[in-house]
Design a protein around this ligand. Structure first.
Ligand code: SF4
Ligand code: SF4
Length: 306
């Protein structure tokens, strides 16, 4: 195996500690920026663009004007209803540093593998006790495959368990390169119907389903995860189609069903983007148990949440 490149850089938009989701035990979730999908229900819209970007919270702005002169491209204007001209902005972050109230903040920063390890190490004693470890999420971690691979290798070097949440929308070469360093793959499957998938995520699902098979054949443990979204895949037929696909993946025994919620809606406002789900209500709590039964009737384990 090639030596670990601890200086490999990636763009990280969040590191969450003490999570009990997204893999076994206590976990540290490292969120990598960039995603090729545009799921209408995405609750982390700041994860989609690969580069750092600005959040602007109008209600926190005291109109002091301190940010205006530091912008090198004059992208900020009180006359602009969204305040930031996002076509002009080069994402340098100078305005966020100048802002005294955090009305402007930058999402995403460049970090090396070594810098992420320093953060993750703070939870290491909990990993040993709980069987936990690190989980890469996003965005789509495989969009930064060099960074993901080196970080996973570095975690294994420390003796930490690794997990990765992935859409599977990548190349077979990247699956072969990265997945051997993942102990638990969390594979998101949104829809089997190609037209439904395209209309709601913006991409063809053929490559995802092919890569799901490759992932299942390469990984030690794979869980299929399904965001259950009203009007997209909340029918018994749609869930049965996904369950039947999961059942034929080698080694897959468990499906997680995650109900749609609109928690991420406010972040669209901070990015001056419209919320693609409009006023779609959250999936009612009683919608999931019957769908769980559909999965279980196929001989798979099913968990609500996860
Ligand atoms: S991030 Fe940089 S370029 Fe963008 S608005 Fe702020 S100061 Fe201007
Ligand atoms: S520095 Fe912050 S508070 Fe002041 S005008 Fe700019 S965004 Fe508003």
């Amino acid at each position: 195996m090639a030596p670990i490149n601890y200086d490999q850089e990636g763009v990280v938009f969040d590191i969450q500690r003490y999570s009990i989701h997204d893999g076994p035990g206590v976990r540290t979730i490292v969120f990598l920026k960039g995603c090729p999908l545009r799921c209408r229900w995405c609750s982390n819209p700041e994860s989609q663009d690969p580069k750092p970007e600005l959040f602007y919270k109008d209600s926190s702005c005291i109109h002091c004007g301190k940010c205006l002169p530091v912008c090198p491209v004059a992208a900020l204007s009180q006359d602009n209803p969204g305040f930031v001209d996002r076509d002009k902005c080069i994402r340098c972050g100078a305005c966020a540093e100048a802002c005294p109230t955090d009305a402007l903040t930058r999402s995403g920063k460049v970090m090396t593998v070594n810098q992420v390890l320093q953060e993750v190490r703070k939870d290491a004693t909990h990993y040993r006790r709980s069987g936990g470890g690190i989980t890469l999420s996003g965005g789509e971690p495989l969009m930064q495959s060099d960074f993901a691979r080196e970080l996973l290798k570095a975690c294994h070097e420390q003796g930490w368990n690794t997990a990765m949440e992935t859409t599977g929308f990548t190349t077979p070469e990247i699956i072969a390169d990265v997945m051997p360093h993942v102990d638990h793959a969390l594979l998101d499957i949104k829809a089997i119907d190609p037209a439904v998938h395209m209309a709601n995520t913006g991409v063809d699902n053929r490559i995802i389903l092919e890569n799901a098979i490759r992932t299942a054949m390469t990984s030690k443990s794979v869980v299929v995860r399904v965001p259950v979204v009203p009007g997209v895949n909340d029918t018994e037929q749609a869930i049965s189609d996904i369950g039947n696909f999961a059942k034929m993946l080698p080694g897959v025994e468990t499906v997680h069903l995650l109900g749609y919620h609109s928690y991420g809606e406010n972040k669209y406002g901070l990015l001056n983007r419209a919320y693609p789900m409009g006023d779609t209500p959250d999936l009612p709590k009683d919608a999931l148990p019957p769908l769980k039964k559909v999965i279980e009737s196929l001989g798979l384990n099913c968990m609500i949440g996860g």
